[in-house]
Design a binder for this molecule. Structure first.
Ligand SMILES: [Zn+2]
Ligand SMILES: [Zn+2]
Length: 273
C-alpha cells in the first residue's frame, strides 16, 4: 500500500503524533521535531526517543520531519546564517535520535543577494549538516517562486545535489509549489517533461497539496485535494505517474469544513489505480 499521510501535530509529546496519524488513516506522517516557531533546539529526552521508536514500530507509520519556519539556509547575513546552519544540523541530529530517515528543508531566500550566492550558502549549510555517521537524509523542497526564493527552478535543486554527490541528499517535491512555479503536473505529457529534468531516484517525499492559485502564480497557497487548480483529475495523473506511488506522500492541506482529514486521506488513496 502506498505511504500516504499528512502533517500532524506533536502536541503533548513527539511520540503522541502516531496516534493522531493512525486515527485518520495515515501510514505516513510529517512532524516538526523542534519548535517550529523558535530557534531553540531542545535535547531529545531518551525516554521520548524510546517511546517514539516503539510507536513507530507498532503503528508501522513512516515519519518524516520538516525544518522549523525561522531558519533560512540561503541567507548571506552572518548571524542568520550561523543560526540557520546550527538549526539544520540540530534538526538532523534530532531526527537521527528518533530514527527518522528524512528531514525536509526549504532552500530559503537569497534576500536580494542573487540566486547564485544563495545556492552556495545552501550547499555550505547542507555540507556542514551532513556529518559522517548521520543516518538521516536531507530533502530539499522546491518552492512556489515568491520574491528572492531559491528552489523554484528544478535546476536550483540540482546545483546543490550535484555539489554534494554521494551524500544523503534528496528532494521533496511539493505539488502546489511546482504548479505555482509554472510546472504543470496535471497531465502525463507535462509530467514526462518535468521528469526528464528530475531523476525519480532523487525524490523521496511528496508534499501533496492542491493550489489555490493558477499555474505559474508564484504564490504559495495550499488548497484541499481536488479543490484547487490541480484538481482531482490532475492528481489522478500525478499519483499514477510511474514511480510516484513508491514515495512518502504527505498532505499539508488546510483544515476544512467541507472535507475531514480522514476523508481527504481516503480520497487520495482512491486516486491510485
Ligand atoms: Zn515545506
Ligand atoms: Zn507551501
Amino acid at each position: 500500500m502506498a505511504l500516504v499521510g499528512r502533517h500532524v501535530s506533536v502536541a503533548g509529546g513527539l511520540e503522541k503524533s502516531f496516534e493522531r496519524a493512525k486515527e485518520i488513516g495515515c501510514n505516513a506522517m510529517q512532524i516538526f521535531v523542534t519548535n517550529p516557531r523558535s530557534w531553540a533546539i531542545g535535547k531529545i529526552d531518551s525516554g521520548v526517543a524510546e517511546a517514539f521508536r516503539k510507536n513507530a514500530h507498532y503503528t508501522g507509520i513512516t515519519a518524516i520531519a520538516h525544518m522549523p519556519y525561522l531558519p533560512n539556509i540561503g541567507s548571506s547575513d552572518p548571524s542568520a546564517r550561523s543560526k540557520s546552519k546550527e538549526s539544520l544540523k540540530g534538526n538532523a541530529e534530532a531526527c537521527g535520535i528518533l530514527g527518522i530517515e528524512n528531514l525536509v528543508t526549504h532552500m530559503g531566500s537569497h534576500m536580494g543577494k542573487g540566486k547564485e550566492r544563495g545556492i552556495s550558502n545552501v550547499i555550505d549549510a547542507v555540507e556542514s549538516a551532513l556529518k559522517p555517521g548521520l543516518k538521516t537524509r536531507i530533502l530539499l523542497e522546491n518552492e512556489a517562486g515568491h520574491k528572492n526564493s531559491i528552489g523554484d527552478e528544478i535546476r536550483d535543486l540540482y546545483e546543490v545535489r550535484d555539489s554534494v554527490k554521494g551524500k544523503l541528499l534528496g528532494f521533496c517535491l511539493d505539488t502546489c509549489h511546482l504548479f505555482a512555479a509554472g510546472y504543470d503536473i496535471t497531465s502525463h505529457k507535462a509530467l514526462d517533461r518535468i521528469f526528464s529534468e528530475i531523476d525519480m531516484n532523487d525524490v523521496f517525499a511528496i508534499h501533496l497539496n492542491d493550489a489555490k492559485m493558477e499555474l505559474g502564480s508564484r504564490r504559495d497557497r495550499h488548497a484541499n485535494i481536488g479543490k484547487g487548480h490541480i484538481g482531482i483529475e490532475g492528481f489522478r495523473s500525478f499519483l499514477n505517474y510511474e514511480g510516484i506511488s513508491e514515495k512518502i506522500i504527505v498532505l499539508e492541506t488546510p483544515a476544512s469544513t467541507e472535507i475531514g482529514e480522514a476523508e481527504e486521506i481516503a480520497l487520495v488513496r482512491g486516486l491510485f489505480s
